[in-house]
Write a protein that binds this ligand. Structure first.
Ligand code: PEP
Ligand code: MN
Length: 343
């Protein structure tokens, strides 16, 4: 990874570096951070001759050679100073909240608009709403593209950014064309490397944020961080890691709550961690406790399912969505705990 002396290199300097690395069979990838751009050498960067030539250039400060399977996401990376901003919040500076319905019901858009207003009122920063849904049962409601308009209308009404899951390249294109601010990669696709690459490429030159959920069956922590590296390696470092419970579940909960992975992720990576307590436990009554546990373990934020009237919801909402009152209370208590933990 090349760290320049200035915040950004000029086009001729980039061209000169590109020419040098390509002589050694590598590519140069600018990674545009909030303050400055760093330049990843993609390929085998061990050649001392290549490194010496680069370090000899007067506009290069140094070359970091981190031996890591995820050299951009690694906490020793120069990207560790990058801060992800969305919804007027800088991750790490205050408790970050994504909330909203699991599934938008296209036949009852008013529920979504009211749920979105309730998220705003409770102090949420990003509204989530499922347009396309990964369902275990192929005959269950799979989502509806009409919900994309409802999602964007909720963003206009509240002035908040919105988050939706994309499961394939068609969804990706439609979501980006519509202006969705945050793309969720769900637990089922977290190891779909071709989708991760497509997303990385599609958002490379944008400030879109990705919420990468932990796969249901993901094993080692490195596997999770490396999945984020697939996206970031195309140039946009705005990725949030989202533990959401794994399988096999803890008897009584929907999944095995994995918020305790947070400090371990933070030992390895600089990426912000946003825990999803709703899918972890799968029952609204336990979501507040799981939220507090996540904050106690050092999470930077929460992604919570909430609905203005959970019983009238579809998808996961009847079982796991918080009411507006419970959401407001959870955010209030979460903020207080967050201050206590970090103060
Ligand atoms: C969801 O967020 O509604 C969802 C389906 O998430 P996951 O991929 O974590 O199951
Ligand atoms: Mn859900």
């Amino acid at each position: 990874m090349i760290i320049p002396k200035s915040n950004r290199l000029t086009d001729p300097q980039v061209a000169e570096l590109t020419a040098i690395v390509s002589e050694f069979g590598c590519n140069l990838q600018p990674i545009i951070g909030a303050v400055r751009t760093i330049y990843a050498i993609l390929g085998d960067e061990r050649d001392d001759l290549m490194i010496n030539r680069i370090e000899g250039l007067e506009y290069v400060d140094r070359v970091d050679r981190i031996q890591s399977g995820f050299k951009l996401m690694d906490r020793r990376s120069d990207l560790a100073s990058h801060r992800v901003n969305i919804g007027g919040v800088t991750l790490g500076e205050e408790l970050f909240i994504i909330a909203g319905q699991c599934t938008i019901d296209p036949k009852n858009s008013n529920y979504f608009y009211e749920s979105a207003e309730a998220v705003k009122e409770a102090g949420g920063h990003v509204i989530r709403g499922g347009v396309w849904k990964p369902r275990t049962n192929p005959y269950s409601f799979q989502g509806d593209v009409k919900s994309l308009d409802i999602l964007m209308e909720a963003s206009r009404r509240t002035g908040l950014p919105v988050d939706a899951e994309v499961m394939d390249e068609e969804h990706l294109k439609m979501a980006l064309d519509a202006g969705v601010h945050m793309l969720q990669i769900g637990a089922r696709n977290a190891l779909n490397y071709s989708l991760l690459r497509s997303i990385g490429k599609a958002i490379a030159a944008t400030d879109t944020v990705v919420l990468l959920k932990r796969s249901i069956h993901m094993g080692p922590i490195d596997e999770f961080v490396a999945a984020a590296e697939y996206i970031v390696s195309f140039g946009n470092p705005n990725v949030l890691l989202c533990p959401r419970g794994t399988k096999p579940g803890l008897d009584g909960y929907r999944n095995h709550p994995d918020e305790s992975i947070t400090p371990l992720l933070k030992e390895k990576s600089w990426a912000p961690v946003v825990v999803d307590p709703s899918h972890s436990v799968g029952r609204a009554v336990y979501v507040p406790a799981c939220s507090m546990a996540a904050i106690a373990y050092g999470a930077d934020g929460l992604c919570i399912e909430s609905h203005v009237e959970p019983a009238k919801g579809i998808g996961d909402d009847p079982k796991q969505a918080l009411t507006p009152e419970a959401l407001a209370q959870t955010i209030k208590q979460g903020k207080a705990l967050w201050q206590l933990m970090r103060g």
